[in-house]
Each structure stands twice: as structure tokens, then as C-alpha cells.
Write a protein that binds this ligand. Structure first.
Ligand code: AHR
Length: 351
């Protein structure tokens, strides 16, 4: 729901009232996690801090599967601070949609001012988002998208154009092979996919599959589930390398899975990167990913920017000011090859 000026005013008027209810409820709901001192829940608020007129922002994060994800959570945490006027709630879903649905229901019950959702996968959100809409709580979707019947179930989305990222990788590969005089050669691609059904996987996979369809001599020899983690990618790529080493390109859907592929290639004694036999393509352009690229271990790293905290804050501030934020906001992104990188450039990017 895009809040109107009057729903906005009512929400702001009710904020202090809600806050008292919110704090008591949160204390009850999250107490076991807090007392045990472990688990993913981070309750930034306590009951005594409750009635200070801050804006409560409740975030449901995918998990902690990758360096990118850690940077994304950090960006949210450092944006929604008390000093900046917020009470911030954070829940790590550990990669499970059912955890996110439970978290969202808790946030709704507590009457938080804003829900921020980074959905593990795209589908299955209609019911819980309907509940948030009925409660008059704006939901801002970030990074990955939701695929819902009724688009008014969320207020705005900000994130990457994942298919465009895949297309950039394909375009780069086409040019690179041309430069190498290999544009007519048979090109065998091993595809290491991310979390099935997530926007990042769907978009990057579509980019590659369309590229393969457009090139008769390109072939995806296997698609394995790297799940955006180094461990799973290592396991899957190792298994493939036991069957064949006839691979020209490994297309890894994020940096962590590229590290898993590197580990498997090294163990199998297969060379890769700028001086090797296998062309390695990755996504994210995290500090570690770009460092590997600068060292020539990755031939290409396509950017996926995780610094969404300030972008989400801008949307919230627009709503607070009674404005209607743009519904769909794509982040501008680029790509990197080894010769484009320096230590200073990598350091300046902040993740
Ligand atoms: O949704 C963004 C993707 O999720 C990033 O590419 C990946 O590293 C993360 O886990």
C-alpha cells in the first residue's frame, strides 16, 4: 500500500501509542532468544527505550550466506541507528522463507512503523503482505523481488537488475572470446547457480541462458546448485571435475561460489583465470571478489551493490514527508576485469 497523506499522519500520531505496545510485545516474543544469548535475533530496542518518538524499522534479512549479505546487513544496521532517529529490529531468516513469514507476522503484531523485507525467494508472499497491508504497515522490499498478484501489497522495491547483470557477463564473454580468436570454438560452460527461486538466481540464470541460446557454439554442460555459498559450490564443482575437466568457462552466480569453484579447481590441478585454462566469471564485486579479480583469479566480476541501507532510508523519509516513492528503483551497476582494478579502488568501495 502506498500510504496517503492522511494514513501517514495517523501512523505518525499513533507512533508513541504503538511504541509502548510494541516494546512490551517484543520483550515477550523475543525474550527466549535474548536470554539464550545466541541465535540470529537482534533486538536493538528495550522496553525502557520505547517511547522516544523514533521511527521503528523492522528488517527481515535472508541470512548470512555470503560476504555480500554480511555487507548488506551492516549497511542496514549502520543506517537505522538511534542517532539517526530509528529503532531497528533485525531478524536473520537463515535462508528460510518460513522464518521470514513468522518474523513478518511478529513485526505486524507489534505494529512497527515500517517493515523492510529482503525475500529469500520471489513467490509465496501474498498472504503475509496482505496482513501487513491490512495493518497499515508499509513494506519496503529490498535487493530481491517479490512476485505478487497485487503490487499494492508493498510500497516500493530497491535493488539490482539481476538479469542485466547476467547480460553484462554474456556480452563481456562474447567480446573476450572474440579478442582471443575463439569466437567460432565450441565453448563449454559449467553453471553454478545461486539459491533457487531467488531474484539473483533467476535473473543471472536468464542472462546466461539467453546468451547460450544466441550462440550456437556455446553449451551449458551442467548446472549445479552452489546456493551462493563457498562450501556448496566447492562440493558441486568438485563432483563435476571428477567426471570431466573439459570446461572452458565457469559461470558462478556470486563471489562466494566462485571461491568454492577455485578451491575445487586447485585441488584438481586445473588452471583458471587470466593465465589458466578455465575462464572464471563471478558476481557481486565484494572486496574479496575484486581482490581475486585483480590477482587474475577471476576474469570478470560483475557488480551487485549491497549498500541498500541509505536507499531504504530515502524511501522511508519520502513516505514520512508525505511523498510517494518511486515503486521500482534499480541500482546502477558495472563490471570489473583485472586491468581495471587497483588496491585503492577496491578499498574505496567499502565492502
Ligand atoms: O541477492 C543478492 C545475492 O545474494 C548476492 O549476489 C549473493 O552474494 C547473495 O547471497
Amino acid at each position: 500500500m502506498i500510504p496517503t497523506e492522511s494514513t501517514n499522519k495517523n501512523r505518525i500520531k499513533n507512533r508513541v501509542k504503538n511504541r509502548i505496545r510494541t516494546a512490551a510485545g517484543f520483550a515477550t516474543l523475543l525474550m527466549p532468544t535474548l536470554l539464550s544469548g545466541c541465535g540470529s535475533s537482534t533486538m536493538v530496542q528495550t522496553e525502557t527505550e520505547a517511547s522516544d518518538g523514533l521511527i521503528s524499522v523492522a528488517f527481515s534479512e535472508v541470512g548470512a550466506e555470503s560476504d555480500w549479505r554480511v555487507a548488506n546487513s551492516e549497511s542496514m544496521r549502520t543506517t537505522f541507528t538511534t542517532e539517526n532517529g530509528y529503532e531497528f529490529y533485525f531478524e536473520d531468516a537463515k535462508g528460510k522463507q518460513e522464518n521470514q513469514i513468522t518474523t513478518l507476522r511478529n513485526y505486524i503484531l507489534q505494529g512497527v512503523d515500517y517493515i523492510v523485507l529482503d525475500p529469500v525467494i520471489e513467490t509465496g508472499w501474498d498472504e503475509v503482505l496482505e496482513e501487513a497491508k491490512d495493518a497499515g504497515i508499509p513494506v519496503i522490499v529490498v535487493d530481491r523481488m517479490v512476485d505478487v498478484e497485487d503490487e499494492t501489497l508493498y510500497t516500493a522495491w530497491v535493488g539490482s537488475d539481476f538479469q542485466k547483470e547476467g547480460e553484462m557477463a554474456v556480452e563481456w564473454l562474447e567480446t573476450y572470446l572474440e579478442e582471443q580468436g575463439r569466437s567460432e570454438e565450441e565453448i563449454k560452460i559449467l553453471h553454478v547457480t545461486g539459491t533457487a527461486g531467488s531474484s539473483a538466481q533467476l535473473g543471472r540464470t536468464a542472462g546466461l541462458e539467453n546468451g547460450v541460446e544466441a550462440h550456437e557454439n556455446w553449451e551449458i554442460i551442467a548446472q549445479v546448485a552452489g546456493e551462493f555459498t563457498q562450501a556448496k559450490a566447492y562440493e558441486e564443482v568438485s563432483e563435476i571435475l571428477q567426471q570431466t575437466s573439459d570446461i572452458d568457462v565457469i559461470y558462478c552466480e556470486n563471489d562466494d561460489s566462485a571461491f568454492g569453484a577455485i578451491q575445487a579447481l586447485e585441488e584438481a590441478g586445473i588452471t583458471y583465470g587470466t593465465d589458466g585454462d578455465v575462464i572464471l566469471i563471478s558476481f557481486d564485486a565484494t572486496e574479496a571478489g575484486l581482490t581475486a579479480c585483480m590477482e587474475g583469479k577471476l576474469n570478470l566480476n560483475v557488480e551487485c551493490n549491497p549498500m541498500h541501507g541509505p536507499r531504504v532510508e530515502e524511501i522511508i523519509q519520502q513516505i514520512e514527508a508525505g511523498e510517494t516513492p518511486e515503486k521500482t528503483q534499480y541500482v546502477e551497476e558495472t563490471w570489473f576485469t583485472p586491468e581495471m582494478l587497483t588496491g585503492e579502488l577496491i578499498e574505496s568501495r567499502g565492502y
